[in-house]
Design a protein around this ligand. Structure first.
Ligand code: SAJ
Length: 423
């Protein structure tokens, strides 16, 4: 068993630290956020993920401790955020983590970067910073190994998923693989090329983004032929080599909309991928067009947007399609206010049973529905599949329902007197 320091106790770092501790390693979780460390010390796990609270609590009762100092360790795992800055990755957190590791790095230690980064980051950015320790690559080991877990199934996927392990040399591959071998039940896909592993992470999410863009374009084309795109996609997917994704009001979350930009930031060849991004971002405009064509006057209407989480059954509203839709609705119907400022025409009511963020002025469902002219289902929360169309029809003033996630039983809703438009 090894000593491990996990840098960054966020969505990936915290479950990974707990997983390593629960697999017998001696783990220190390091973070710069003093409040987070206090909360964890008192057993409060601030992450909305099924089963994670108990998993981390068990680890904290065992061999996981948290600290605001970086200790020397056999392994340093860097799991810090890489936000988007304009259209490029901001690597400031990765750089400061590497600087902190360099201060305590010893010969034979292993450093593994897990953060999603543009190709070349491990070799070109992290290695030179680590070498300021006075040690050279070869004296210490260095690898890139991306997480691929799906929010909502983090613990299960940390164990089950195959994992790319890209070491800077053969020894680094083996050292990094040895650590993951202690909890990964999937296959470790080893390569002595960290840039390849970085690229692989980005193309997995890019594949999904482009595939969803295709589904979105197909949905818009299908509507011109008066066809249901989801029915068409389901039928098409019976072909053994076809796997079309599902259309929707946009692609949210902190991974899929961002990673294609990292992939293309240093290449002039990015083209289809950029177009796919624009198609997915443009879905809010398309949903707004649908509303406009079904309402007498969008600007004088009230629209309930059901769902601001970026996807079903999570509480995360980053890059939220529902919020983007609200913005487009307001921008499109803006009218000049008395003092020269502009005021939104349409009354947008946002509601979500999972998201509790005060910044979004969320209303309870009943309040959002009361007297509304239209509703848009923007997130596939389980709660929305259980809505009673008769009760909803009684609460609304109008009858327009845009089911952008295709989760309602359209026949039942139409029987209740509502017009259902499916994407
Ligand atoms: N979506 C669609 N149509 C679909 C599938 C998804 O519109 O057919 C939308 C969702 O509603 C959501 C967005 O795409 O707004 C992204 O959701 P997601 O479930 O596809 O993915 P994420 O962002 O929750 O997690 C992804 C996963 N990547 C892949 O499946 C290739 C996950 O495995 C990664 O670990 C994660 O990104 C990450 O951290 O990179």
């Amino acid at each position: 068993m090894s000593s491990v320091c996990v840098h960054g106790l966020g969505y990936i770092g915290l479950p990974t630290a707990a997983m390593l501790a629960n697999s017998g390693h001696d783990v220190t979780g390091y973070d710069v956020d003093a409040d987070l460390l206090d909360r964890l010390d008192s057993g409060d796990v601030p992450v909305d993920e099924p089963g994670l609270g108990e998993f981390v609590t068990d680890a904290l009762a065992g061999s996981l401790s948290v600290s605001d100092e970086v200790p020397p360790a056999d392994y340093h795992l860097v799991c810090v955020p890489t936000p988007l800055d304009g259209d490029r990755a901001d690597l400031a957190f990765v750089e400061s983590a590497a600087e902190a590791v360099a201060e305590v790095l010893r010969a034979n230690d292993t450093v593994i970067l897990e953060s999603t980064v543009p190709p070349g980051t491990t070799v070109e950015t992290v290695a030179p910073i680590l070498e300021t320790s006075g040690l050279s690559v070869g004296e210490f080991s260095l690898a890139y190994s991306p997480e691929t877990v799906l929010p909502g199934s983090v613990i299960a996927e940390l164990r089950a998923n195959d994992r790319a392990v890209g070491g800077i040399d053969e020894r680094s591959v083996e050292r990094a693989a040895a650590l993951y071998d202690s909890f990964v039940e999937g296959t470790l896909r080893k390569t002595a090329n960290p840039t390849l592993a970085e690229f692989v992470k980005l193309i997995q999410n890019t594949y999904r983004d482009v595939n969803i863009a295709l589904a979105n374009e197909l949905a818009m084309i299908a509507a011109d032929y008066d066809l249901d795109s989801r029915e068409a996609i389901a039928l098409a997917n019976h072909h053994p080599r076809v796997n079309l994704h599902q259309p929707g009001p946009g692609v949210g979350g902190h991974c899929i909309p961002i990673d294609p930009l990292f992939l293309g930031q240093d290449s002039q060849k990015i083209d289809l991928i950029e177009r796919a991004r624009a198609i997915n971002d443009g879905m809010a405009e398309y949903v707004t067009d649908l509303l406009e064509s079904h309402l007498d006057s969008l600007a004088d209407s009230s629209v309930a947007v059901l769902g601001v989480a970026y996807k079903g059954n999570v509480a995360d509203a980053r890059e939220s399609p529902g919020l983007r839709l609200a913005e487009v609705l307001q921008t499109r119907t803006q009218v000049a206010g008395a003092t020269g400022t502009s005021e939104a025409g349409v009354d947008v009511r946002l509601t979500d049973p999972h998201v509790a963020d005060q910044r979004f002025a969320l209303a309870p469902l009943d309040e959002a529905l009361s007297g509304a002219d239209a509703i848009v289902i923007a997130t596939d929360h389980d709660e929305y599949t259980e809505l009673d169309p008769v009760e909803i029809a009684a609460q609304l003033d109008g009858d327009v329902v845009i089911d952008a996630k295709g989760l309602l039983d359209a026949a039942a809703w139409e029987a209740a007197g509502l017009q259902v438009v499916r994407l």
